[in-house]
Write a protein that binds this ligand. Structure first.
Ligand SMILES: O=C(CO)[C@H](O)[C@H](O)COP(=O)(O)O
Length: 230
């Protein structure tokens, strides 16, 4: 029970310099980013507003990397087609924001996107048991969603372990993403706890070094880490 999955580093543009977004994405790509993560916030599901399909389309035009769109919005089924048309590859919705989660996941798949389901820190792992066989990715939020540069909630390590074990049982090919408060100090630990898609915001865009240097430091800190089932 220890399937190995490729580790993907996914810079979140939430903390990027939006005045120079195309350049920041180019630097992330040159620095070896595997995925670009885009945080969509509606001011209702989370206490912040970010951007919508127009920005996703603009990012699509400047990179060939997969676009991983995290919808922190209430009733996301209203906007799935708009984000798919804008160029999203993955669409992740929150279990807490969907009344008919199975239907929403089906809609994402029918639009030709990979389907992800996210869990807030206070939501039980059991909330994804029934949907797990139908999705491509589970996202464990390791901060309360809404803002970048928050402190990692330590109990997320144990939660990642429990989600990963459930995945191994019900959908071994499903990816496990973690988002919030991750840097060189804890990237190896989230991988050892089971995550294989690692969202990094302020540790890439808000540090002293260049975006390329920061990504290289994260890659170096993650080297050799493997899930260790406990
Ligand atoms: O989803 C998010 C906030 O809701 C961000 O992607 C996340 O917080 C990443 O930023 P940082 O690495 O700075 O914590």
């Amino acid at each position: 029970m220890n399937s190995s999955r490729p580790i993907q580093i996914a810079p979140s543009i939430l903390t990027a310099d939006f005045g120079h977004l195309a350049d920041q994405i180019r630097q992330a790509e040159e620095g070896g980013a595997d995925v670009i993560h885009l945080d969509v916030m509606d001011g209702i599901f989370v206490p912040n507003i970010s951007f919508g399909p127009l920005v996703v389309r603009a990012v699509r035009e400047v990179t060939r990397l997969p676009l991983d769109v995290h919808l922190m919005i209430q009733d996301p089924e209203r906007y799935l087609a708009a984000f798919a048309e804008a160029g999203a590859d993955n669409l992740t919705v929150h279990v807490e924001a969907c009344t008919h989660l199975h239907r929403t996941v089906q809609q994402i798949t029918e639009l030709g996107c990979r389907a992800g389901v996210a869990l807030n820190p206070a939501t039980s792992v059991e909330a994804v048991r029934e949907i797990l066989p139908f999705v491509d990715m589970i996202l464990v939020m390791s901060v309360n969603p809404g803002f970048g540069a928050q402190r990692f909630i330590e109990t997320s390590m144990n939660k990642l372990q429990r989600v990963r074990r459930l995945q191994e049982e019900l959908n071994p090919l499903c990816a496990l993403e973690v988002d919030g408060g991750i840097g060189t100090h804890n990237i190896a630990d989230v991988i050892r706890s089971g995550a294989n898609v690692i969202v990094v915001g302020s540790s890439v865009f808000n540090q002293e070094g260049s975006i390329q240097e920061n990504l290289a430091a994260l890659r170096q800190a993650s080297r050799g880490a493997l899930w260790q089932a406990v």
